[in-house]
Design a protein around this ligand. Structure first.
Ligand code: BG6
Length: 478
C-alpha cells in the first residue's frame, strides 16, 4: 500500500499536507485535479497529469473540493485490524510507505515530528509481532507540499538535502525493524507529468529532467546512507514497468517499441548501473536540455547503485511508429495501441501474464540483480453481497496466472526473484482516478465514492485463496 492511498489522517498529529492531499477525486471518465490559489486570490483546479501551474500558484486544500486521501481507507486508525488480517493470510512481508510529511510536515523542518515517528514505530511493531517484515517505500507520491510551495519541490536541489534529512531520521529510528527499503515509487512516472511522483507542477521537459536528476542523486545517496546506518539494510529502486511490444514487425514499429521501452530503462539504468545511458544524454543534447551533471554527482551515482530492483507490473501495451488501423489503449499512466490477443480490465488495462515473465526475464538479463515484483493486480468493481461476502473470481484468476508466470521465470528461465507483494492487499483509493470502487484487495473496505460506508473490513473469496497460496508457497493455485 501507499500511505496516501491507505492511511487517511492527513492532518492528524502534526502531519502536513503532501502533493497527494491536494488532488481531487476523479473517476474513469473524470480526471483528477490539483488545487491551488494564485496571487489574485483565484482558486484553480487543473488536471493532474497535464498540470502546468503559473509561477504564483500556492497549492492547498479548499473547502469546495473532495480529496480522497484525507480519509482514504482510515488505515491510520485501523492498521492493527488490517495487519492481523494480513497475518491471518500468512504474509511474510508487507509493503507500505512512510508518509514523509508525517515525519517532516512541510519538508523544511530541521527536527522531525515525534508523533509521526511514533506512529510508524507502532505499525512496524505490529508487523514484527506476527513475523511480518516491513518493505518500506520512502517516497510514494507523497512529497511534502511545503517543498513545492517554497521552492518548486524536486526541481530545486535543496530538496535532496530535505530528503536526506528524512532518510537519516527514519533509517536511524527504524534500524533493526526495517531492513528492506525502496527509494522512489515508480520513479519513471515523472515522464508522465511532474505532480504525482515529484510534486512538480509542470510538464516542461527541462524541469522534469532536472527533477529526475535530483531524485536519482537522492536515491543514490539514500542507498549509501542506509548501508552506513545498518549493514543489513537492502535498498532497491522501484520502476513502473510497462512492457511494450511492437504492434507489427515493421522495422519502424520495432524502433518505436525500443523508444518506449527506454522509458522503463532510463531511470533503472542509472539506479542499477550508476551512470546516465548514452541514449538519454543524446536525447537531452538534441532537445537542448541541460542537466549540469558534475563529476561529484557522477561519483554519487556510481557509488549508490541499488542492491535489488523492484517494479510494478499490471499490463502490456503495443507501440507503433504510426497506425491508422489499430485502436489506442489506455493504462497505467501510459498510452499505446491495443493488442488484439489480449483482454482488458474494466479500466482498459490489458491483462497479460506472459508479459510478466518477459519483464522478469529481460530485467534480469539486463542487470543481473535480484528482483522483486512489488505491485501486481487488477482493479475490479467488487460487489458486497448479503452476508458480507464478495466473490472476486477476477482477482483470483489474474493473480493465479501471474504467479504461474513468475514460476516460469524462476524455474525455467533462472530469474532470481526475491519477493512478490500484490497491489493492493486491501482495497484503497486508486492513484490514477481517486476512486474507491476500483478495487484490488483481498480485503473489501466498505467505503464508497459517494462518501457512504463506515470502512468495515470484509474478507473476499481471494482472501482464503491467497492464504492457501502462501501456505503452499505457490504450489496450490486452485
Ligand atoms: C501504481 C502505483 O502506478 O499503480 C500505485 O504505484 C497505484 O500507487 C497502482 O495505486 C494502481 O493504479 P490505480 O490507478 O489503479 O490505483
Amino acid at each position: 500500500v501507499a500511505a496516501n492511498q491507505y492511511e487517511g489522517g492527513w492532518d492528524v498529529d502534526g502531519k502536513g499536507p503532501s502533493a497527494a492531499d491536494v488532488v481531487t477525486r476523479g473517476s474513469r471518465e473524470k480526471a483528477r485535479y490539483v488545487t491551488y490559489r494564485t496571487a489574485d486570490g483565484q482558486i484553480h483546479a487543473d488536471e493532474m497529469f497535464t498540470l502546468n501551474a503559473p509561477e504564483d500558484a500556492v497549492f492547498g486544500v479548499f473547502e469546495e473540493y473532495d480529496y480522497p486521501s484525507h480519509e482514504a481507507v482510515d488505515g491510520f486508525h485501523r492498521y492493527k485490524e488490517d495487519i492481523a488480517l494480513f497475518a491471518e493470510m500468512g504474509f511474510k512481508t508487507y509493503r507500505l510507505s512512510i508518509n514523509w510529511s508525517r515525519i517532516f510536515p512541510t519538508g523544511l523542518e530541521e527536527e522531525p515530528n515525534e508523533a509521526g515517528l511514533q506512529f510508524y514505530d507502532n505499525v512496524f511493531d505490529e508487523c514484527l509481532k506476527y513475523g511480518i517484515k516491513p518493505l518500506v517505500t520512502l517516497s510514494h507520491y507523497e512529497t511534502p507540499l511545503g517543498l513545492t510551495n517554497e521552492w518548486g519541490s524536486w526541481t530545486d536541489e535543496r530538496t535532496i538535502d530535505a530528503f536526506m534529512r528524512y532518510v537519516n531520521v527514519v533509517g536511524e529510528r527504524y534500524k533493526g525493524k526495517v531492513e528492506y527499503w525502496l527509494t522512489f515509487n515508480e520513479i519513471n512516472t515523472l515522464d508522465h507529468g511532474g505532480w504525482m511522483g515529484a510534486g512538480v507542477p509542470s510538464t516542461d521537459p527541462q524541469k522534469i529532467a532536472v527533477a529526475g536528476k535530483n531524485q536519482l542523486i537522492a536515491s543514490a545517496k539514500a542507498v549509501e546512507l542506509l548501508h552506513q546506518i545498518d549493514a543489513n539494510n537492502k535498498v532497491g529502486n522501484m520502476i513502473g514497468f510497462m512492457v511494450y511490444y511492437p504492434l507489427t514487425c515493421n522495422p519502424d514499429d520495432i524502433m518505436a517499441c525500443w523508444k518506449e521501452m527506454n522509458t522503463n530503462w532510463f531511470y533503472c539504468d542509472v539506479q542499477a548501473r550508476g551512470y546516465y545511458p548514452a541514449y538519454k544524454l543524446k536525447e537531452y543534447e538534441r532537445e537542448g536540455i541541460d542537466i549540469r551533471l558534475s563529476e561529484e554527482e557522477k561519483e554519487t551515482l556510481r557509488k549508490g547503485t541499488v542492491d535489488f530492483i523492484s517494479f510494478s507490473y499490471y499490463m502490456t501495451n503495443c507501440a507503433a511508429e504510426k497506425s491508422d488501423a489499430a485502436e489506442s489503449s489506455i493504462g497505467n499512466m501510459s498510452m499505446g495501441f491495443k493488442n488484439p490477443y489480449l483482454k482488458a480490465s474494466d479500466w482498459g488495462w490489458q491483462i497479460d501474464p506472459t508479459g510478466l515473465r518477459y519483464a522478469l526475464d529481460i530485467m534480469y538479463d539486463r542487470y543481473q540483480k535480484p528482483l522483486m515484483v512489488v505491485e501486481n493486480g487488477v482493479g475490479t468493481q467488487d460487489i458486497l453481497e448479503e452476508g458480507n461476502v464478495i466473490h472476486d473470481q477476477a482477482h483470483i484468476e489474474y493473480l493465479r496466472d501471474h504467479i504461474k508466470a513468475m514460476d516460469d521465470a524462476i524455474n525455467i528461465d533462472g530469474v532470481e526473484l526475491w519477493g512478490y507483494t500484490p497491489w493492493g492487499c486491501i482495497d484503497l483509493v486508486s492513484a490514477s482516478t481517486g476512486e474507491m470502487h476500483k478495487r484490488y484487495g483481498f480485503i473489501y473496505v466498505d467505503y464508497q465514492d459517494d462518501g457512504t460506508g463506515e470502512g468495515a473490513r470484509h474478507k473476499k473469496d481471494s482472501f482464503d485463496w491467497y492464504k492457501k497460496v502462501i501456505a503452499s508457497n505457490g504450489e496450490d493455485l486452485d
